[in-house]
Design a protein around this ligand. Structure first.
Ligand code: FAD
Length: 522
């Protein structure tokens, strides 16, 4: 007999992992071994637009986890199931009986497909006498726990965030870290039944159809493992920024001088909106894959803030950062409470029928970073090369696709998922719907980003643009933000850089008209 912890691609760690801790406690109580299971599901990855980089990152972290599990005598059983819909039945009727599993523990995934799969697993389990237990772990505060005074779910971020911080100040258990499982008895390795599990199912080098084309760059920029994630967090909180990280370098590439007063978090209020320096934590790939937990991050932030209230507000860098981290909980709550958002539907249903353009050329120019709008092109090229973008330029490039090119936000959402190493349905969908004015943003649709103003604000000297768009490397002053309108035509032509593919003013008017007259056709 055994207890199984079913690890998912959002909880790739050993520390502070609720399902793993509970599975371990259950195994100890019953006096039977614990086994960790990981199911590779290419069908799921395809249907959910998973980036090859993300799948490679998952496998790398899984190898890291396996090395740690080996040390505590816990076998990691890795399986590939091609047909995603067959997973519940196969697990319950084939795998779990083979492993002698009496209890199975997993952390809840809040996406609709995953919830359906997990409910089916519970149902089949009941028929076969296998206890399948799901627990909250992904978020710091589980969905349904942040409510208005009237006991209703909230969809506007600011009041939601205040209520979230209050829950955390009042209910400290949400910040309590889970015990690290002690592991199995060493004798398990000599056990005729379980011993062979240690070698039986190796982690594949890659998943068919998801071989990463740029694994060397990804491995350099985003090294795997909880130890790395903790170091990234530590440097963000306590050390002086290194050379600009908008470049293609590892977050740990240089020595770090301890200086909490001048650390990135200390300057986050200003820094978070600038893309020309190393300003944000770059923890998103690690948080999205659960290599580090939200609790670990918030406990570190509290320690940095000398244990103060989590609602310390926007008047300190760390207070501001905690509010950003809270967005992760927020968008997951939105997805869990209004599941239509994870099924491609707008949060604000009245915008289901905006008239979108169909323009393959424009879509491709956007993806390739060849729109003639330097900040958008820089961001899109960074995304293509590094699998990651700063928050401000995610908003700017998303807004450009939706409001300037008038292309359906779902096309952009899909492209980001296919490129990002931190691709996460709730955060990505939330970000896109926010920008497309179809989501939870209380601002009306007619607040439209001005790409040029945004560019001058977030990259004042143009360093970010010059790095990612080499055609503009020699431009000085304002020309770098808008070369087409700042240079004689013949000089501009020599750059080899595209002309703007839309006129900002006209496209703004088109967007206003289309949103105002939603449901009508021109
Ligand atoms: P920091 O500023 O250091 O913030 C710390 C952590 O807080 C982040 O790692 C992230 O986990 C969380 N966080 C911060 N801002 C947000 C936010 N707006 N929404 C949700 N979580 C947030 N984030 C993803 O993790 N995956 C995505 O696929 C993703 N897609 C996005 C798409 C669009 C169109 C937009 C506008 C935003 C998207 N974001 C996404 C949110 C945000 O841009 C990134 O989390 C952030 O840029 C990551 O950088 P960081 O780790 O240095 O962030």
């Amino acid at each position: 007999r055994s207890v199984v912890y079913w690890m998912r691609m959002e909880d790739l760690r050993i520390e502070d992992n609720t399902a793993f801790a509970q599975a371990s406690a259950c195994a100890k109580q019953l006096g039977i071994p614990i086994i960790v299971l990981f199911v590779i599901s290419p069908g799921d990855y395809r249907i959910h637009d998973r980036a090859k980089r993300k799948i490679d990152f998952v496998l790398r972290n899984l190898r890291w986890v396996k090395a740690k599990l080996d040390k505590i005598n816990i076998p990691l059983h890795v399986l590939t199931y091609e047909k995603r819909l067959s997973i519940p039945k196969k697990l319950i009727t084939e795998l779990f009986p083979q492993l002698g599993a009496t209890h199975v523990f997993a952390n809840i995934e809040y996406e609709v497909d995953e919830l359906r799969r997990d409910i089916a697993t519970v149902r089949f389990g009941q028929e076969k006498g296998i206890d399948v237990v799901y627990v909250h772990d992904r978020l710091v505060v589980p969905p349904g726990k942040v409510l208005s005074k009237q006991g209703k779910p909230m969809s506007v971020y600011s009041p939601w965030q205040r209520a979230w911080a209050k829950v955390l100040d009042e209910q400290k258990e949400f910040l309590r870290m889970q015990d690290v499982p002690p592991g199995n008895d060493k004798s398990l390795r000599d056990d005729p039944e379980f011993g062979k599990l240690f070698e039986a199912t190796p982690i594949p080098d890659f998943v068919d159809g998801f071989k990463c084309d740029d694994e060397d760059v990804m491995r350099e920029c985003w090294p795997e493992g909880t130890d790395v994630a903790k170091e990234v967090l530590h440097r963000f909180l306590y050390t002086k920024p290194r050379k600009p990280q908008f470049q293609l370098v590892s977050p740990l590439s240089e020595g770090a001088e301890e200086d909490a007063k001048n650390s990135r978090v200390a300057k986050y209020q200003v820094g978070r909106n600038l893309v020309d320096a190393d300003n944000s934590s770059k923890l998103s790939p690690y948080l999205a894959a659960g290599v580090i937990s939200g609790r670990m991050v918030l406990n570190a932030a509290r320690k940095f803030g000398k244990g103060g209230k989590l609602d310390s507000g926007r008047d300190t860098g760390v207070g501001m950062w905690v509010q950003e981290v809270a967005w992760r909980d927020f968008y997951n709550h939105v997805m869990a409470i209004w599941p239509r958002v994870s099924m491609g539907r707008p949060f604000l249903e009245k915008f289901a029928d905006v008239q979108w353009e169909v323009n393959e050329k424009h879509l491709q120019a956007w993806k390739d970073g060849k729109t003639g709008f330097p900040i958008v092109d820089a961001a899109m090229r960074a995304c293509a090369k590094r699998g990651w973008m700063e928050n401000r330029v995610r908003m700017v490039s998303a807004s450009f696709l939706v409001k300037s090119l008038m292309l359906d936000w779902r096309l952009g959402e899909k492209h980001f998922m296919e490129c990002f190493i931190d691709g996460d349905l709730a955060a990505n969908n939330g970000g896109w719907q926010w920008t497309a004015s179809t989501g939870t943003d209380p601002q009306p649709y007619f607040r439209i980003f001005n790409t040029l103003t945004q560019s001058e604000k977030c990259d004042p000297n143009g360093d970010y643009i010059r790095y990612w768009v080499p055609e503009l490397r020699n431009l000085k002053g304002k020309a770098v933000h808008d070369p087409y309108h700042h240079m004689p035509r013949n000089e501009f032509k020599k750059l080899g850089y595209p002309e703007p593919i839309v006129d900002h003013k006209q496209s703004r008017e088109r967007a206003l008209f289309r949103y105002k007259n939603v449901g009508e056709r021109e």
